[in-house]
Design a protein around this ligand. Structure first.
Ligand SMILES: Nc1ncnc2c1ncn2[C@@H]1O[C@H](COP(=O)(O)OP(=O)(O)OP(=O)(O)O)[C@@H](O)[C@H]1O
Length: 359
């Protein structure tokens, strides 16, 4: 299959500039992005990074100031209004605040996108019932949205988004208003829809945890630009940019652990043969055993202060922070030899502790 055939979305050199009274805001700057059909693609960034503006370009809810938008091999800026309406039906969206109509029942909300289409009332009802079954809410058809929990409301919004048989679903912070357990159940539902319906999902979030849970690929946005992108496993284990590293360390609790540790230890507590060290293990979790094996072999003492293990795209990734005491040069050289096998280390002593060069 050629690369063009496999892409559901292709953004070429997209820019969006807003003009507010006397000020120009460059919300998106020269972004190129390709998303493969059937992918779950995450876009992560802090508030104001330009994520929503960028994804709204995909169905021309936001017209770009410059660049080309190609969806399902159609350059959608070239389409006639009727064709654009058809193309837009293939791209649905869900939002943080669900955007349900309060005056309509759950069934009425799901049927809404089908009003004004050629399908009969009976078919419309049946389709909505099928979709409600798919999202696990059959028994709530006659209920009004105000009686539903946040998670249930989002399920209704997902059923409604599926009513037009989309090929692409854009999720704009769809789990941001939900508690962690409900977030997980919604992400599980999205993953199931991706697998069962072949739906391409573009998911915006500011939480790496969400990316880690369901995305295959991720782009990191900052100040209107994509600053890093790649497979989730690669970006998680080898972040190239500081911002990416911040997101990764927050989601793995490493950042919190470093803060906790450095608030209780001073660099003056360290002897010359001691370092505070961060270890990252990719792949086989038993690699953690390698550290203790090496420490025995090279007579180094390893005092573990924090350890965590994660699953990313089916692979185990381990994180550990420890105080290492002994002949550190020899130990470091030995550990360094394990780098090709997915063991990485970083010395945190000077980087994080108070009075960095005071030893
Ligand atoms: N319609 C608009 N008019 C003027 N400025 C806008 C408009 N929409 C967005 N912006 C500005 O563009 C920049 C990017 O906003 P955008 O909403 O795309 O970011 P975001 O990463 O999605 O953040 P958030 O999660 O807070 O929505 C911000 O500075 C925002 O204030």
């Amino acid at each position: 299959m050629s690369e063009q055939v496999a892409n559901a979305i292709e953004l070429k050199d997209i820019s969006v500039t807003f003009h507010n009274s006397d000020q120009a805001i460059e919300a998106v700057k020269h972004v190129d992005l390709q998303i493969k059909r059937g992918d779950i693609y995450g876009i992560i960034g802090y508030s104001g990074a330009g994520k929503s503006t960028l994804v709204r370009v995909i169905n021309l809810l936001q017209k770009p100031t410059g660049g080309k938008v190609i969806v399902n091999h159609q350059e959608i800026q070239q389409l006639k209004p009727v064709e654009l309406r058809q193309a837009r039906k293939k791209v649905s969206m869900i939002f943080q605040h669900f955007n349900l109509m309060k005056s309509r029942t759950v069934q009425g909300n799901v049927e809404y996108p089908l009003l004004g289409t050629k399908i009969s009332k009976r078919e419309r009802r049946e389709k909505a019932q099928r979709l409600l079954k798919l999202v696990g809410l059959s028994e709530y058809a006659e209920t009004y949205p105000s009686r539903l929990s946040g998670g249930q409301k989002q399920r209704v919004a997902i059923a409604r988004a599926l009513a037009s048989d989309p090929e692409i679903l854009i999720s704009d912070e769809a789990t941001s208003a939900l508690d962690p357990k409900t977030t997980k159940s919604i992400l599980t539902l999205l993953k199931q829809l991706n697998q069962d319906l072949g739906l391409t999902i573009v998911l915006i979030t500011h939480e790496m945890q969400v990316i880690k849970t369901i995305c295959h690929n991720v782009a990191v946005m900052d100040a209107g630009e994509i600053i890093e992108r790649g497979s989730v496993a690669k970006v998680f284990t080898e972040p190239q940019q500081k911002l990416t590293n911040d997101f990764v360390e927050t989601s793995t609790n490493v950042k919190e652990a470093i803060e906790r540790i450095t608030s209780t230890i001073q660099i003056s507590d360290f002897a010359a043969n001691q370092e505070l060290m961060y270890f990252n293990f990719i792949g086989n979790s038993t690699k953690q055993g390698v550290v203790s094996e090496f420490s025995q072999k090279y007579g180094v003492d390893v005092n573990i202060l924090f350890a965590n293990i994660d699953q990313i795209d089916g692979e185990n990734v381990g994180y550990m922070i420890a105080i290492i005491t002994g002949d550190l040069d020899v130990f470091n050289d030995a550990i360094e030899m394990l780098r090709p096998e997915g063991v990485k280390t970083r010395i945190l002593t000077n980087e994080t502790l108070q009075g960095g060069d005071g030893r």
